[in-house]
Design a protein around this ligand. Sequence first.
Ligand code: ZN
Length: 264
Amino acid sequence: MSSKQSGMTTVRPVEELTLSTMLAESDDLSGAEKVFAFFRDALVEGRLRPGERLLSEREFALQLGVSRPVLREALRSLAMLGFLDIQHGRGAFVKQADVRVLSDFFTFSLAQQPDILDDVMQARIAIECQAIRLACQRATETDMKRIGSCLTRLMDTLHDPVEGGAADFAFHQAIVEAGRSEALTTLYGAIGDLLRRSHVHRREVTVTSPGILDYLVEAHREVFLSMVDRDPDAADRKLREHFAIGDEFRRRSLIAAFTKKPAT
Ligand SMILES: [Zn+2]
């Protein structure tokens, strides 16, 4: 029975995914897109690995069917994105991708969305709640100490929205890292730039709210203590409460700001 008859998706063996089949499918791609598509697919399929040298410019251009100036421009763009290291006289080498590139990408693309920080908060909740569950099982004593010192830093910077926002971000980032999931840490790093801004922005809005400083200390302390107890359900719950109460403070502060009597 063919795979089509059985209703399964046809999966081509890897060895059939040659450069020529890839290019046959990409007739409508521009030269630069061909270079990008080739590079991306070769990385995903493991045909190119960090540290490997690409073919010479002449051979590569010939194989991909693009002009050398187009190839050179595309390779320069890949180098700018941190995926290639172009060494003069030696050629172009595949580089280990850097999460900062992802972070820039997310910041650029998401920054065009008007309510971006609220939306990023949803990704943050998903990542952090899973990470803290993992951290309750996987965190080492060193991780716990690090999170503890982030908490101290957070308490020492309560009155400064910029320093305090940065300390708040560092506390949450340390929790995600203690989850020891490369994928979660990478995704969190990718939205890190936006989260840092979100933390500072929230602090600026709420810094004068009554009770905010006590709340910040208590909420983070409770999250930390539930981690020390290695209780994933409690840690997840405390983290969600922290997000929800933080939102409520922000909502009240915004309402207060808009209902102030105008100066006469
Ligand atoms: Zn926090």
